[in-house]
Design a protein around this ligand. Structure first.
Ligand code: B16
Ligand code: MG
Length: 214
């Protein structure tokens, strides 16, 4: 039976989560608002405008829609500069091995990233061709923790959720995978990702501990 592995991007395939953190922190500080690692954890997997609203809610100033769009654009320009230097060397250990194993075992390989910059990051990592389907975050109204983006990939493959395995580093992302009724592999802290079916500290070991047993 055909199976699919659906990857998150930021924090799973490469550590762009750190660049999101730097860009959001710079924006927050420029507005006189606090932003720390704990805030960053909450924003993992959360879309751009929702993330901005979370930060602005720390202050008392009201911003118009146009002002909010301008702030979001400012963060994104900053983020794009930060990710401009990404190369294949930035692929996290264990990912190339996992992609090779999936291909050799005839699984479908999908991407379910909330990031509108995902295609550019995949291109910089030189792994675009490894993916059979990349969800378009801009075309999916309900972001993580809603299951929609994972279900979109499963639908594209014509596979039931029971045949799909999702890999995520964010609590919101693991929640999205479980809401989609799929097997969830968490990458990171087992306390933060308590909802996952299995948690690994990093993508290393994905093949032996997650993919082969599924
Ligand atoms: P963008 P993922 C998510 O990507 C990030 O975790 C999150 O921090 C970011 O705000 C979101 O993408 C939107 O990204 O502003 O580039 O569209 O983890 O779902 O791959
Ligand atoms: Mg992520």
């Amino acid at each position: 039976v055909q199976k699919a592995c659906i990857f998150d991007l930021d924090g799973v395939i490469t550590d762009t989560a750190h660049y999101h953190f730097l860009a959001w922190q710079r924006l927050a500080h420029s507005l006189g608002l606090p932003f720390d690692e704990d805030d960053n954890h909450r924003l993992k997997g959360v879309g751009r405008m929702e993330s901005l609203d979370y930060i602005l809610a720390k202050g008392t100033t009201a911003y118009s829609m146009d002002e909010r769009l301008a702030l979001a654009q400012q963060k994104n320009e900053d983020y794009k500069t930060l990710i401009g230097g990404i190369t294949p060397a930035d692929i996290l250990p264990g990912i190339v091995e996992a992609l090779d194993w999936l291909k050799a075992n005839n699984w479908r390989i999908g991407l379910a990233s909330a990031s509108r910059n995902a295609p550019q990051v995949l291109a910089s990592l030189e792994i675009t061709g490894a993916f059979d389907y990349v969800a378009d975050a801009g075309a999916i109204p309900k972001g993580k923790p809603a299951p929609d983006i994972f279900l979109d990939v499963a639908r594209a493959f014509g596979l039931p959720s029971s045949q799909c395995l999702g890999v995520e580093d964010a609590a919101s992302g693991v929640a999205a995978i479980k809401a989609a009724d799929m097997f969830a592999a968490g990458i990171g802290d087992a306390d933060i990702l308590a909802q996952a079916d299995i948690v690994l500290p990093s993508p290393e070991g994905l093949v032996e501990k997650v993919l082969k047993p599924f």
